[in-house]
Design a protein around this ligand. Structure first.
Ligand SMILES: Cc1ncc(C[n+]2csc(CCOP(=O)(O)OP(=O)(O)O)c2C)c(N)n1
Length: 341
């Protein structure tokens, strides 16, 4: 799909109109949630946040291509994927408010929690994919990594293992052009990041990451052949906002660059496509915005009503509490650090 929302029908995937409208709604929802979380952080109501603005097509397009039994392994920016997979929204807010409870992903979402060390999620994803193959399951695993993450050892080791073991792993490089202040051009001398997969014997492709239908097509094709082995998909997109709320991109990138990418806005592009097909209207837009606001406000209220239990910092570290941790908990309790209501 080009920037005017015109498609190449010879490449069009098997996706029906209602699903494309759903895709548009999910992308708009991801953007609304993004704006809300950023504003909460600015008001001191969230600890930190990594915005996804501009990356909605890569995230929603890929998440909607997943089949019910597929798993995903995110890094720290895939809020859109969580949304499309039915994550209870208040858990997302809890995570960004700094509560571990936000990492308790419901089983039906089939996702691992956010992870902050760059690329360390990839070996986890490879392990999960290996387990699917070992158990003869039909499920595949999708993992996400940034352009910066493709410079890490974990990235190469995962791809090498995936290629040799022919595991059902789809690696999505969310190439948003910047790894904090390091541009893509200083990240790798490779002509594309997708070609890093070829060396590992992996079916690899580069797609326009601002084209939700194109991403959907690449990911559904990769999933359809996942039983035969892994795939790598480089989604070329752009981080329109800051890296995280601790970052100021005006210090290292030009306004012209941002303005150029704004013209390739993924949501606007899909809207143009829907309008061409008579699937978009002012009423649809208005109703959708209201629905989104209601859902987000309700989730914020729930998250802000959450009463943390200080004891929880001692739990969930191990499958059972070892004696050393029990001692620490007892000490904390007797010192008054931990007081139950
Ligand atoms: C192993 C490791 N090194 C450094 C960092 C600090 N760090 C956090 S995000 C980031 C840049 C990541 O860039 P990229 O992989 O392109 O992802 P993006 O932020 O663009 O989504 C760095 C260096 C970290 N979290 N983990």
């Amino acid at each position: 799909m080009d920037e005017l929302g015109q498609v190449d029908n010879t490449l069009f995937p098997d996706i029906k109109d209602p699903a494309i409208v759903e895709m548009y709604k999910n992308m708009s929802f991801a953007r609304a949630l993004d704006a809300k979380t950023l504003s909460l952080q600015r008001q001191g109501r969230a600890v930190t946040y990594a915005p996804l603005l501009g990356e909605e097509a890569t995230q929603i397009g890929s998440a909607m291509a997943m089949r019910a039994n597929d798993y995903f392994v995110p890094n720290f920016r895939q809020h859109g994927v969580f949304i499309a997979r039915g994550m209870p929204l208040e858990l997302l807010f809890l995570y960004w408010k700094g509560y571990e409870e936000g990492s308790a992903i419901p089983a039906e979402v089939k996702g691992l929690p956010y992870i902050v060390p760059v690329a360390s999620q990839m070996p986890h994803a490879a392990g999960l994919a290996y387990a699917q193959k070992y158990n003869g399951s039909d499920s595949a695993v999708i993992t996400y990594v940034g352009d910066g993450g493709t410079s890490e050892g974990d990235f190469y080791e995962t791809l090498n293992f995936a290629g040799v073991s022919k595991i059902p792993l789809v690696t999505i490089i969310e190439n948003n052009q910047w790894a904090i202040s390091v541009p893509r051009s200083e990240q790798s001398a490779a002509q594309t990041l997708a070609q890093k997969g070829f060396a590992a014997g992996i079916d690899s492709v580069q797609v326009d990451g601002n084209d939700a239908i194109g991403v959907y097509k690449a990911v559904s094709d990769a999933l359809a052949r996942s039983k035969e082995g892994p795939s790598l998909i480089e989604c070329v997109t752009y981080r329109m906002s800051m890296h995280t709320t601790a970052d100021d991109p005006t210090k290292y990138r030009s306004e012209e660059e941002v303005a150029q990418w704004k013209m390739k806005d993924p949501i606007n592009r899909l809207k143009l496509y829907l309008a061409r097909k008579g699937l978009w209207s002012e009423d649809l837009e208005k109703g959708m915005i209201e629905e989104h606001k209601k859902a987000i406000d309700a989730a914020v209220e729930k998250a802000e009503g959450f009463k943390p239990d200080p004891k929880s910092i001692f739990e969930h570290v191990y499958s059972y509490m070892p004696d050393t941790l029990k001692e620490e908990l007892e000490e904390a309790e007797s010192s008054g650090f931990y007081m139950s209501e």
